[in-house]
Design a protein around this ligand. Structure first.
Ligand code: BEZ
Ligand code: FE
Length: 282
């Protein structure tokens, strides 16, 4: 893994790229399917080049920028911001349970196991932010609690940094694998996340700025929920009334995934969310 010394886009991009490169994926795509997709992609490029009369200077800048994206290790970041939401949408159409959302580049498998009622590992400086309790149940499509459910959760700190992608954070900060009880119930204490700005000091950020767009995602929790015999889901939860909820740079919000936490007698914000998992496809 690349040594990361400071929390920069290039450092976190390189860490995300190294993590992704660690596995070799295969897709079983037939030559016919590959040819059909590539032909349409190239035709689409051709059409937009003709429509906008793209110049040679613009073409050279594009080539240079694509090289920068690779050298900056930002392919996972760039693709997850602008493309993953379409892939997620197409691939989750057949499911009836809880809606999914993009995984993004910062998932790390193998976070330490925590009991059904737990607090995520965090630093003293994280503790100054309001506690948030996320609780609920993992069920089948008829609302019956599932035994053996696990909820992997990860989120950024209030400066927008994810542990293992910024060098100053402990390895599993704000990450955990929560083992729900025999009825699928869980209650996780963490801190309320803040809106998150995707790294702006690399080529992805330069492109966003050059286009006059913004780099913000609404505050969110990432989750991967599994249970034996059930289709795993990767999703995110957002917060009612939060900034950027209707203008997410990654186009990954869905109305079904918005929490509305209420303050309890102890002054904690508490949100309830049940995850319904589809049966595994045959
Ligand atoms: C995220 O943390 O949610 C994220 C970051 C970069 C690209 C896409 C998603
Ligand atoms: Fe995120």
């Amino acid at each position: 893994m690349t040594t990361i010394e400071s929390p920069t886009a290039v450092a976190s991009g390189n860490a995300a790229t190294d993590k992704f490169k660690g596995e070799r994926f295969t897709a079983g795509t037939s030559p016919e399917r590959l040819s059909a997709i590539a032909t349409e992609a190239l035709a689409g490029f051709g059409a937009l080049i003709r429509k906008h009369a793209v110049t040679y200077d613009e073409y050279r800048v594009l080539k240079q920028w694509l090289i920068d994206v690779g050298e900056g290790g930002e392919w996972p970041l760039l693709l997850d911001v602008f493309v993953e939401h379409e892939i997620e949408d197409v691939n989750s159409r057949r499911f009836r349970g809880t809606k999914g959302s993009i995984e993004g580049p910062y998932y790390v498998p193998g976070a330490p196991e925590l009991p059904a009622q737990c607090a995520l590992p965090m630093r003293d400086e994280d503790r100054v932010h309001p506690p948030l309790v996320l609780r609920g149940q993992v069920t089948d499509l008829d609302g019956r609690g599932l035994d053996g459910a696990r909820i992997e959760i990860w989120h950024a700190d209030d400066e927008g940094y994810y542990s293992q992608f910024a060098p100053h954070l402990p390895q599993w900060n704000l990450r955990g694998t929560v083992v729900a009880d025999a009825e699928g119930r869980y209650a996780i204490t963490t801190i309320e996340p803040a809106p998150y700005q995707i790294p702006t000091d690399g080529p992805t950020g330069q492109f966003i700025e050059a286009a006059g767009w913004h780099p913000w995602r609404p505050a969110h929790l990432h989750l991967r929920v599994t249970a034996p015999g059930r289709q795993p889901i990767v999703t995110q939860l957002y917060f009612a009334g939060g900034d950027w909820l209707d203008d997410d740079v990654a186009t990954a919000t869905k109305p079904e995934l918005v929490l509305d936490p209420q303050v309890d007698d102890a002054g904690r914000k508490v949100a309830t969310y049940d995850f319904a998992l589809d049966p595994l496809a045959d």
